[in-house]
Design a protein around this ligand. Sequence first.
Ligand code: NAD
Length: 260
Amino acid sequence: MLTGKAAIVTGSTSGIGLAIATAYAAHGADVMLNGFGNADAIEATRARLEHEHGVRVRYSPANMAVPQDVRQMALQTVGAFGKVDIVVNNAGIQHVAPIDEQPDDRWDAVIAVNLSSAFHLVKAVLPGMKARGWGRVINVASAHGLVASPFKAPYVAAKHGLIGLSKTVAVEVAEHGITSNTICPGYVRTPLVEGQIAEQAKAHGIPVENVIRDVLLVHQARKRFVTVEEIAALALFLASDAAASITAAALAVDGGWTQH
Ligand code: NAD
Protein backbone atom coordinates (compact mmCIF):
# COMPACT_ATOMS: atom_id res chain seq x y z
CA MET A 1 0.00 0.00 0.00
CA LEU A 2 2.87 2.41 0.78
CA THR A 3 5.65 0.91 -1.32
CA GLY A 4 8.13 3.59 -2.35
CA LYS A 5 6.90 6.10 0.23
CA ALA A 6 9.11 7.62 2.93
CA ALA A 7 7.67 8.38 6.36
CA ILE A 8 8.71 10.09 9.58
CA VAL A 9 6.85 8.98 12.70
CA THR A 10 7.74 11.11 15.71
CA GLY A 11 7.69 9.45 19.12
CA SER A 12 7.87 6.00 17.55
CA THR A 13 10.09 4.23 20.07
CA SER A 14 7.01 3.33 22.12
CA GLY A 15 3.23 2.97 22.17
CA ILE A 16 1.07 4.39 19.39
CA GLY A 17 3.98 5.74 17.34
CA LEU A 18 5.73 2.37 17.29
CA ALA A 19 2.51 0.68 16.13
CA ILE A 20 2.13 3.23 13.31
CA ALA A 21 5.78 2.87 12.26
CA THR A 22 5.35 -0.92 12.26
CA ALA A 23 2.21 -0.73 10.11
CA TYR A 24 3.92 1.60 7.64
CA ALA A 25 7.00 -0.64 7.36
CA ALA A 26 4.75 -3.69 6.96
CA HIS A 27 3.06 -1.96 4.02
CA GLY A 28 6.29 -1.04 2.26
CA ALA A 29 7.25 2.43 3.48
CA ASP A 30 10.75 3.44 4.49
CA VAL A 31 10.48 4.79 8.02
CA MET A 32 12.39 7.27 10.17
CA LEU A 33 11.90 6.31 13.79
CA ASN A 34 12.20 8.95 16.51
CA GLY A 35 11.89 9.15 20.26
CA PHE A 36 13.68 8.45 23.47
CA GLY A 37 14.57 5.18 25.14
CA ASN A 38 17.24 2.57 25.63
CA ALA A 39 19.69 2.73 22.71
CA ASP A 40 20.05 -1.06 22.37
CA ALA A 41 16.27 -1.57 22.44
CA ILE A 42 15.75 1.12 19.80
CA GLU A 43 18.42 -0.40 17.57
CA ALA A 44 16.84 -3.85 18.00
CA THR A 45 13.46 -2.43 16.93
CA ARG A 46 14.99 -0.63 13.95
CA ALA A 47 16.84 -3.74 12.77
CA ARG A 48 13.80 -5.98 13.30
CA LEU A 49 11.48 -3.75 11.26
CA GLU A 50 14.04 -3.55 8.45
CA HIS A 51 14.63 -7.31 8.47
CA GLU A 52 10.98 -8.36 8.77
CA HIS A 53 9.59 -6.01 6.14
CA GLY A 54 12.46 -5.45 3.70
CA VAL A 55 12.31 -1.65 3.94
CA ARG A 56 14.82 0.94 5.09
CA VAL A 57 14.37 1.99 8.71
CA ARG A 58 16.50 4.71 10.31
CA TYR A 59 16.43 6.37 13.72
CA SER A 60 16.65 10.02 14.71
CA PRO A 61 17.22 10.93 18.37
CA ALA A 62 15.83 14.43 17.70
CA ASN A 63 14.23 16.10 20.69
CA MET A 64 10.83 17.36 19.53
CA ALA A 65 11.02 20.19 22.05
CA VAL A 66 13.94 21.68 20.06
CA PRO A 67 13.05 23.21 16.66
CA GLN A 68 16.60 22.81 15.32
CA ASP A 69 16.42 19.07 16.12
CA VAL A 70 13.11 18.78 14.27
CA ARG A 71 14.57 20.41 11.17
CA GLN A 72 17.67 18.23 11.42
CA MET A 73 15.50 15.09 11.50
CA ALA A 74 13.72 16.19 8.33
CA LEU A 75 17.09 16.73 6.62
CA GLN A 76 18.37 13.36 7.86
CA THR A 77 15.29 11.67 6.38
CA VAL A 78 15.79 13.30 2.99
CA GLY A 79 19.45 12.23 3.18
CA ALA A 80 18.45 8.62 3.93
CA PHE A 81 15.39 8.14 1.69
CA GLY A 82 15.60 11.06 -0.78
CA LYS A 83 12.28 12.61 0.31
CA VAL A 84 9.57 12.75 2.95
CA ASP A 85 6.08 11.74 1.77
CA ILE A 86 4.35 11.14 5.10
CA VAL A 87 4.80 12.75 8.49
CA VAL A 88 3.07 11.53 11.62
CA ASN A 89 3.23 14.08 14.42
CA ASN A 90 2.78 11.70 17.31
CA ALA A 91 5.37 12.52 20.00
CA GLY A 92 3.60 13.64 23.12
CA ILE A 93 3.97 14.22 26.83
CA GLN A 94 1.51 15.02 29.58
CA HIS A 95 1.55 16.85 32.90
CA VAL A 96 -1.45 16.56 35.20
CA ALA A 97 -2.01 19.34 37.78
CA PRO A 98 -4.53 22.07 38.61
CA ILE A 99 -3.92 25.20 36.50
CA ASP A 100 -2.74 27.26 39.45
CA GLU A 101 -0.19 24.58 40.27
CA GLN A 102 1.00 23.85 36.72
CA PRO A 103 4.72 24.61 36.63
CA ASP A 104 5.57 27.13 33.88
CA ASP A 105 8.24 24.86 32.48
CA ARG A 106 5.74 21.95 32.13
CA TRP A 107 3.36 24.22 30.19
CA ASP A 108 6.20 25.20 27.85
CA ALA A 109 7.39 21.60 27.44
CA VAL A 110 3.93 20.14 26.71
CA ILE A 111 3.19 22.88 24.15
CA ALA A 112 6.64 22.45 22.56
CA VAL A 113 6.49 18.65 22.19
CA ASN A 114 2.76 18.18 21.46
CA LEU A 115 2.14 21.24 19.27
CA SER A 116 5.11 23.35 18.17
CA SER A 117 7.10 20.32 16.94
CA ALA A 118 4.30 19.60 14.44
CA PHE A 119 4.54 23.16 13.10
CA HIS A 120 8.33 22.92 12.69
CA LEU A 121 8.18 19.50 11.02
CA VAL A 122 5.36 20.40 8.64
CA LYS A 123 7.15 23.62 7.73
CA ALA A 124 10.29 21.64 6.92
CA VAL A 125 8.65 18.97 4.74
CA LEU A 126 5.89 20.87 2.89
CA PRO A 127 8.11 22.35 0.15
CA GLY A 128 9.18 18.83 -0.95
CA MET A 129 5.62 17.50 -0.79
CA LYS A 130 4.36 20.42 -2.86
CA ALA A 131 7.10 19.90 -5.45
CA ARG A 132 6.09 16.22 -5.81
CA GLY A 133 2.34 16.93 -5.66
CA TRP A 134 1.71 14.33 -2.95
CA GLY A 135 1.89 14.32 0.82
CA ARG A 136 0.27 13.12 3.99
CA VAL A 137 0.33 14.94 7.33
CA ILE A 138 -1.17 12.86 10.11
CA ASN A 139 -1.37 14.32 13.58
CA VAL A 140 -2.04 12.28 16.69
CA ALA A 141 -4.01 14.55 19.00
CA SER A 142 -6.42 13.03 21.50
CA ALA A 143 -10.03 13.03 22.61
CA HIS A 144 -8.57 15.94 24.58
CA GLY A 145 -8.27 17.76 21.27
CA LEU A 146 -12.07 17.77 21.17
CA VAL A 147 -13.13 17.97 24.81
CA ALA A 148 -11.55 19.11 28.07
CA SER A 149 -10.80 17.34 31.32
CA PRO A 150 -9.70 19.06 34.52
CA PHE A 151 -6.01 19.26 35.47
CA LYS A 152 -4.74 18.89 31.90
CA ALA A 153 -4.55 22.53 30.75
CA PRO A 154 -1.33 22.35 28.70
CA TYR A 155 -2.24 19.01 27.14
CA VAL A 156 -5.81 20.01 26.25
CA ALA A 157 -4.59 23.35 24.88
CA ALA A 158 -1.85 21.70 22.82
CA LYS A 159 -4.15 19.02 21.40
CA HIS A 160 -6.89 21.54 20.49
CA GLY A 161 -4.13 23.62 18.88
CA LEU A 162 -2.85 20.62 16.93
CA ILE A 163 -6.28 20.15 15.36
CA GLY A 164 -6.29 23.84 14.42
CA LEU A 165 -2.84 23.56 12.86
CA SER A 166 -3.88 20.42 10.97
CA LYS A 167 -7.00 22.07 9.52
CA THR A 168 -5.00 25.12 8.45
CA VAL A 169 -2.38 22.98 6.71
CA ALA A 170 -5.18 21.04 5.03
CA VAL A 171 -6.90 24.04 3.49
CA GLU A 172 -3.62 25.71 2.55
CA VAL A 173 -2.12 22.84 0.56
CA ALA A 174 -5.14 20.80 -0.57
CA GLU A 175 -4.57 21.62 -4.22
CA HIS A 176 -1.05 20.16 -4.05
CA GLY A 177 -2.30 16.63 -3.40
CA ILE A 178 -1.44 16.90 0.28
CA THR A 179 -3.88 15.95 3.02
CA SER A 180 -3.68 16.82 6.71
CA ASN A 181 -5.78 15.03 9.31
CA THR A 182 -5.87 14.46 13.02
CA ILE A 183 -6.52 11.22 14.86
CA CYS A 184 -8.11 11.69 18.28
CA PRO A 185 -7.63 8.54 20.37
CA GLY A 186 -9.44 7.82 23.57
CA TYR A 187 -7.46 6.06 26.29
CA VAL A 188 -4.88 3.59 24.96
CA ARG A 189 -2.92 1.53 27.50
CA THR A 190 0.61 2.71 26.63
CA PRO A 191 3.48 3.72 28.96
CA LEU A 192 2.10 7.29 28.94
CA VAL A 193 -1.22 6.09 30.38
CA GLU A 194 0.34 3.54 32.74
CA GLY A 195 2.03 6.53 34.40
CA GLN A 196 -1.30 8.34 34.76
CA ILE A 197 -3.04 5.27 36.20
CA ALA A 198 -0.36 4.94 38.86
CA GLU A 199 -0.45 8.68 39.67
CA GLN A 200 -4.24 8.74 39.97
CA ALA A 201 -4.36 5.61 42.11
CA LYS A 202 -1.87 7.24 44.48
CA ALA A 203 -3.57 10.66 44.45
CA HIS A 204 -7.07 9.27 45.15
CA GLY A 205 -5.93 6.36 47.33
CA ILE A 206 -7.96 3.90 45.24
CA PRO A 207 -7.03 0.64 43.48
CA VAL A 208 -5.82 0.65 39.87
CA GLU A 209 -8.98 -1.17 38.67
CA ASN A 210 -11.14 1.65 40.08
CA VAL A 211 -9.02 4.30 38.37
CA ILE A 212 -9.47 2.49 35.07
CA ARG A 213 -13.23 1.96 35.43
CA ASP A 214 -14.30 5.13 37.26
CA VAL A 215 -11.83 7.72 35.95
CA LEU A 216 -10.25 6.76 32.62
CA LEU A 217 -13.03 4.77 30.97
CA VAL A 218 -15.95 6.57 32.58
CA HIS A 219 -16.95 8.28 29.30
CA GLN A 220 -15.52 5.64 26.95
CA ALA A 221 -18.82 3.89 26.15
CA ARG A 222 -17.03 0.83 24.76
CA LYS A 223 -15.58 0.29 28.30
CA ARG A 224 -12.23 -0.95 27.13
CA PHE A 225 -8.98 0.69 26.11
CA VAL A 226 -8.45 1.55 22.45
CA THR A 227 -5.57 -0.54 21.07
CA VAL A 228 -2.45 0.78 19.37
CA GLU A 229 -3.29 -1.42 16.37
CA GLU A 230 -6.66 0.32 15.98
CA ILE A 231 -4.93 3.71 15.83
CA ALA A 232 -2.28 2.39 13.43
CA ALA A 233 -4.97 1.00 11.11
CA LEU A 234 -6.47 4.47 10.72
CA ALA A 235 -3.05 6.09 10.29
CA LEU A 236 -2.32 3.56 7.55
CA PHE A 237 -5.59 4.29 5.73
CA LEU A 238 -5.07 8.06 5.99
CA ALA A 239 -1.64 7.63 4.40
CA SER A 240 -3.04 5.69 1.46
CA ASP A 241 -4.25 6.97 -1.89
CA ALA A 242 -7.75 5.80 -0.98
CA ALA A 243 -7.91 8.59 1.62
CA ALA A 244 -7.14 11.38 -0.87
CA SER A 245 -10.44 13.17 -0.22
CA ILE A 246 -10.22 13.01 3.56
CA THR A 247 -8.58 16.20 4.72
CA ALA A 248 -8.97 18.71 7.57
CA ALA A 249 -10.72 15.97 9.53
CA ALA A 250 -10.39 15.28 13.25
CA LEU A 251 -11.28 11.62 13.58
CA ALA A 252 -12.16 10.25 17.01
CA VAL A 253 -11.11 6.68 17.80
CA ASP A 254 -12.38 6.82 21.34
CA GLY A 255 -15.00 4.14 21.97
CA GLY A 256 -17.69 6.82 21.98
CA TRP A 257 -16.11 9.07 24.62
CA THR A 258 -16.53 12.42 22.89
CA GLN A 259 -20.15 11.72 21.90
CA HIS A 260 -21.17 10.36 25.31
P1 NAD B 1 4.25 6.83 24.89
O1 NAD B 1 4.76 7.50 26.11
O2 NAD B 1 4.16 5.34 24.84
O3 NAD B 1 5.08 7.30 23.63
C1 NAD B 1 5.46 8.64 23.47
C2 NAD B 1 6.58 8.70 22.48
O4 NAD B 1 6.99 10.05 22.34
C3 NAD B 1 7.82 7.92 22.92
O5 NAD B 1 8.43 7.33 21.78
C4 NAD B 1 8.71 8.99 23.51
O6 NAD B 1 10.08 8.66 23.51
C5 NAD B 1 8.39 10.12 22.56
N1 NAD B 1 8.75 11.42 23.07
C6 NAD B 1 8.39 12.01 24.24
N2 NAD B 1 8.97 13.22 24.34
C7 NAD B 1 9.70 13.39 23.21
C8 NAD B 1 10.54 14.43 22.73
N3 NAD B 1 10.74 15.56 23.44
N4 NAD B 1 11.15 14.26 21.54
C9 NAD B 1 10.98 13.12 20.83
N5 NAD B 1 10.21 12.11 21.23
C10 NAD B 1 9.57 12.25 22.41
O7 NAD B 1 2.83 7.49 24.63
P2 NAD B 1 1.61 7.11 23.66
O8 NAD B 1 0.46 6.85 24.53
O9 NAD B 1 2.00 6.15 22.61
O10 NAD B 1 1.37 8.54 23.02
C11 NAD B 1 1.59 8.85 21.66
C12 NAD B 1 0.72 10.03 21.28
O11 NAD B 1 -0.65 9.65 21.42
C13 NAD B 1 0.93 11.25 22.18
O12 NAD B 1 0.89 12.41 21.40
C14 NAD B 1 -0.27 11.20 23.12
O13 NAD B 1 -0.62 12.46 23.60
C15 NAD B 1 -1.32 10.63 22.19
N6 NAD B 1 -2.44 10.02 22.87
C16 NAD B 1 -2.27 8.95 23.71
C17 NAD B 1 -3.37 8.41 24.33
C18 NAD B 1 -3.26 7.25 25.27
O14 NAD B 1 -4.26 6.94 25.93
N7 NAD B 1 -2.13 6.56 25.34
C19 NAD B 1 -4.64 8.96 24.13
C20 NAD B 1 -4.77 10.03 23.28
C21 NAD B 1 -3.67 10.55 22.66
